[in-house]
Design a protein around this ligand. Structure first.
Ligand code: FES
Ligand code: ZN
Ligand code: ZN
Length: 287
């Protein structure tokens, strides 16, 4: 199998590229993402967890930062998962050092008085909410334009199917590569530069660039639906891309989600009820 651009051996089937052309294509795709969503002259906060996605996105953005005049900071949340959080922190430190950058470390236990392990029932289902809250708050208080997340195409396909399995139409409205920043609502937008790249492509890019990353998933997520879904369903790259393109198109015809945002009576950050989920969780664990 030969590369579609030269006579060298292809190292990946879809797209069919060799070891020289693949990294070029990968970085160009992220550059196109930045162009498309006008991510230029921005101050961005990269959420790094030590996993392959956040490591790869950190590395590529750092390569593109001059071209796009980006001011980048890297942020790690220590959730207090024994061994796993330590290992993830070590890798995030190693990566940011390689990129000649500081790593901002947020320790959940020190800052908020609990760890994710204090949540006894399905801690992973709280993880996203906790991360989103902390990242948004830090980004808002420090004047960032966007928070960068490492979600990839496979994550997005899972998200879409999972919501369809549960007939959760309003959640489909929330999918997409970017959410907007609305400073008056204390909401900092999120961008997902790996949105159109598969897990296979990301792993290959990490390997070709000898990037360190934590090879195992969160130990609390061993029985997660996402993991079962990923091991049971095989789609090609084109099928995955077509699934997200279709939903992004369909989204335009879905009625606007009418959620009334208030400010949490406790912390002052956006919520749909009087007290936000983060404050509720913190209070419940304190008791
Ligand atoms: Fe974060 Fe499991 S606790 S993914
Ligand atoms: Zn080639
Ligand atoms: Zn709150």
């Amino acid at each position: 199998m030969k590369c579609q651009h030269c006579r060298k051996k292809a190292i990946i089937k879809s797209p069919r590229l060799c070891e020289d052309h693949f990294p070029e294509y990968f970085e160009r795709k992220i550059g196109k993402f930045l162009d498309k969503f006008k991510i230029k002259n921005k101050k961005i906060l990269v959420s790094i967890s030590g996993g392959k996605d956040s490591v790869v996105v950190s590395y590529v953005l750092s390569k593109l930062k001059e071209k796009y005049n980006l001011q980048i900071e890297y942020f790690f949340i220590d959730l207090g998962i024994p061994i796993f959080s330590e290992k993830s922190k070590e890798i995030s430190l190693e990566v940011t050092k390689k990129l000649n950058n500081e790593l901002i470390i947020y320790n959940l236990e020190k800052e908020d008085g609990f760890t994710i392990m204090d949540i006894k029932y399905k801690p992973c289902s709280y993880c996203g909410m906790i991360r989103r809250y902390i990242l948004n708050k830090y980004a808002y208080e420090n004047n960032f334009d966007y928070v960068v997340l490492g979600h990839n195409l496979d994550d997005e396909v899972f998200f879409l199917f999972n919501n369809m399995f549960n007939k959760n139409i309003s959640q489909l409205q929330r999918t997409g590569p970017l959410t907007l920043t609305i400073k008056e609502k204390k909401l900092i937008g999120r961008i997902k530069p790996l949105y159109f790249l598969t897990e296979e492509e990301i792993l290959l890019y990490a390997k070709l660039n000898s990037l360190p990353y934590i090879g195992c998933a969160c130990p609390n997520s061993l029985k997660s639906t996402q993991r079962k879904f990923k091991t049971n369903i095989e789609f090609s790259r084109d099928q995955k891309l077509n699934i997200v393109y279709t939903i992004l198109e369909v989204k335009k015809y879905l009625p606007e989600e009418k959620v009334e945002l208030k400010f949490c009576q406790n912390c002052g950050y956006p919520t749909t009820s009087d007290t936000c989920k983060f404050c509720k969780t913190k209070e419940r664990l304190r008791r």
